[in-house]
Design a protein around this ligand. Structure first.
Ligand code: SER
Length: 340
């Protein structure tokens, strides 16, 4: 990856923090932005950090003043919070994305070359109509069940389409590369499991919350049924997927949105892994009707054949490595919990 200034929005979120660490390791200057301040240690690793609301034009003026040549647009309101605050979700996930695409197009015109724009989308773009259909469907392909039942899923799907629109429409206006355009690509992530951070306002959060609670010796009430099954991925694989896709040849990318998978687990299977690592873990199941209804419409697993074929995706962390190497070692270190 060349050392162009790279804009990361949502920099204080859990994916943002991990991505910035990885970019900084590679010596890439990061222009970070978020509405919340970055942890000071992370801020020091960035070329510049700008505080602001992604839907505020003033922030975009500042981003254009610094300049950037690559974009990871991570800023978003996640699914559970979005159901509680739909106006906020629309403002951040839709208006923020629209404004950033416009800003990126202006930047590409100014540079006279294409800018790659990576957009983390989600399994929430899918809407399985019933549990029977969810079980029957198993691994969902990119073009199936695109009828999200949450505002988060709807805004992510629209974000994908907006990106596709900008990439196609402005490319037609500017057929010469030196005229500048947006190379857009979305990655549909499963639930993410990080040893270092916790997500905020998501619905797959029961996975990471269960293990972080156990490592701290705290009881955990899981808000979905034990049989609830969705795909999950270790955070290092999520970051690697973003970086791999950034480096892929534009001509190899036959889709504007790709599934990426790693493994699929029920909440009961997560609890079993957590109890294996932390035998004292106190986990109970008290489903919350609204949050349960959200995950019941998400697929059990995703078919990521297209990503494997087009840009060489494969996860490094399967279920065993995720729990027994990545999470076990790093979470124990983080909370200084003893090895049983
Ligand atoms: N993990 C996200 C959420 O739970 C879905 O992409 O909202």
């Amino acid at each position: 990856m060349n050392s162009a200034i790279t804009l990361v929005t949502g920099a204080s979120g859990e994916l943002g923090q991990s991505l910035i660490e990885a970019l900084a390791e590679r010596g890439i200057p990061v222009l970070a932005t978020d509405i919340r301040p970055l942890p000071p240690a992370l801020s020091r690793r960035c070329y510049r950090a700008v505080l602001g609301d992604i839907s505020d034009p003033e922030l975009h003026t500042q981003l254009l003043q610094v300049g950037f040549e690559r974009v990871f647009h991570l800023a978003a309101i996640l699914s559970s919070q979005a159901e509680r605050e739909p106006e906020l979700a629309h403002r951040v996930n839709v208006e923020g994305t629209f404004r950033l695409l416009q800003t990126t197009y202006r930047m590409a015109k100014r540079l006279g070359k294409p800018i790659r724009f990576l957009f983390p989308s989600s399994i929430a773009v899918y809407g399985l109509p019933s549990l029977e259909e969810k079980r029957r469907a198993r691994k969902v392909r990119e073009d199936q069940y695109l009828t999200p039942m949450t505002i988060y899923g709807a805004t992510k799907l629209y974000g994908e389409l907006l990106g596709l629109y900008y990439a196609r429409f402005y490319r037609r206006l500017a057929p010469e590369p030196e005229a500048g355009w947006i190379e857009f690509c979305a990655l549909r992530f499963p639930g993410l499991l990080s040893a270092f951070t916790l997500p905020q306002g998501g619905t797959s959060d029961y996975g990471p919350e269960m293990i972080h609670a156990a490592a701290q010796g705290k009881p955990y009430r899981c808000f979905v049924r034990p049989d609830t099954r969705i795909p999950f991925m270790a955070m290092p694989d999520a970051v690697r997927a973003l970086l791999l896709l950034t480096e892929a040849e534009p001509s190899a990318l036959r889709r504007h949105a790709y599934n990426v998978g790693a493994f699929s687990l029920s909440a009961e299977e997560i609890a079993a892994e957590v109890r294996h690592l932390f035998p004292e873990a106190q986990i109970s199941f008290e489903p919350d009707l609204q949050r349960q209804a959200i995950v019941d419409t998400w697929p059990e697993d995703v078919d990521d054949t297209a990503a494997r074929q087009d840009w060489g995706w494969h996860p490094d962390y399967d279920r065993h490595r995720t729990f027994h190497e990545y999470l076990a070692v790093n979470i124990r270190r983080r909370y200084r919990s003893p090895v049983p």
